[in-house]
Design a protein around this ligand. Structure first.
Ligand code: SF4
Length: 326
């Protein structure tokens, strides 16, 4: 099957200046990332803040152009940002941000904004648009009497529902959700996640779900890619990642998940803060925090490789163990 979206060896480097006369330092926000997402599938992307997850999400949509590598959508190269071809493609791939208030126009009603993609992409006859907006509002759990509301008149959860309705208006094939529930009350998060999951299933949409919240990703994703400092360090099905993580960083992340009744003993506690992306450690970037680092880890960057059927990992120790087991 052809992937809906496919990325090959993506690279994104930012220049950071600390003052008008200072030399720039360079941040490799995304480095050598390859992945694919198939129709109807959900790929979870997890990692600490600064791991490059959001940059990767924008690159997959062509919003942040890649400086190396390429993105293909339905087998075709991603058109350049802002071109008519890219704008046409945007109807098929939508982005849901963390902050719904920033994503909505305060001066326009919810119904107007939900119907906006229908106008932009000239979808359906004009006379049917009001009906389509009503259907979309119902699908995300907004009441018909909220159609004339402005964003500030809705709760955070309702605003995010409106953003999701707008994202679905053009019947996209791919939704990229970047921390879509992390700004919401915990009590609302599960409702919005369940709604997203139901809508995805009903409409057969593929989803890339970016989050630092492993619990949410575990419930939603078919496959999970774990990122550390701009690279994918492990990728496998959600069950495999959460039941038997093998990369030391994934092990630490999974073991830090709060599980009711689970004692703290036996948990792998991550030492230190995530390093500064502008001062990436040599070799394996995780080596200063890794409990099983070897000498080679300080000098040699491990490649992401298949270590068992359906699992890739970027770790010298995991690769050696896989070679012994083979
Ligand atoms: Fe740890 Fe070395 Fe594996 Fe990196 S390559 S995760 S430092 S063991």
């Amino acid at each position: 099957m052809t992937p809906l979206i496919e990325a090959k060896e993506l690279v994104r480097i930012y220049a950071l200046r600390h003052g008008p006369f200072s030399r720039p330092s360079f941040v490799r926000a995304v480095e050598d990332i390859s992945l694919s997402v198939f129709p109807g599938e959900t790929l979870g992307i997890v990692g600490e803040s600064g791991s490059g997850k959001s940059t990767l999400g924008r690159m997959l949509l062509g919003i942040d152009p890649a400086q190396g590598g390429e993105v293909r959508f339905e087998g075709q190269p991603m058109p350049r940002l802002g071109t008519p071809e890219w704008r046409a493609l945007r109807a098929k791939m939508q982005l849901v941000y963390q902050d719904p208030l920033a994503a909505l126009d305060r001066r326009q009603t919810i119904a107007t904004q939900i119907g906006e993609p229908l106008d932009i992409h000239r979808i359906g006859p004009r006379e049917s648009r009001a009906g389509r907006v009503e259907d979309l509002m119902a699908a995300v759990g907004l009441r018909p009497d909220q159609a004339g509301s402005y964003p500030h008149e809705l709760s955070g959860g309702q605003r995010q529902r409106a953003v999701i309705a707008r994202a679905l208006a053009a019947r996209p094939k791919l939704l990229v959700c970047d921390e879509p529930v992390s700004a919401l009350d915990v009590s609302i998060q599960a409702q919005v996640v369940n709604m997203l999951s139901d809508l995805q299933e009903e409409n057969g949409i593929a989803m890339i779900f970016i989050s630092h919240d492993l619990k949410v990703v575990r419930n939603l994703a078919d496959r999970v890619a774990v990122m550390y400092l701009g690279r994918i360090v492990e990728e496998a099905s959600s069950d495999v990642i959460f039941q038997s993580p093998r990369h030391p960083y994934t092990k630490a992340l999974v073991s830090s998940m709060p599980i009711p009744g689970k004692k703290l003993e036996g948990r792998v506690i991550l030492q230190g803060e995530p390093p500064n992306p502008a001062a990436r450690p040599s070799g394996c970037a995780f080596h200063p925090r890794c409990p099983v680092a070897r000498d080679i880890c300080r000098t040699s960057t491990p490649a992401l490789r298949s270590v068992e059927t359906g699992r890739t990992a970027a770790c010298h120790v995991v690769a050696d163990n896989a070679a012994i087991a083979a």
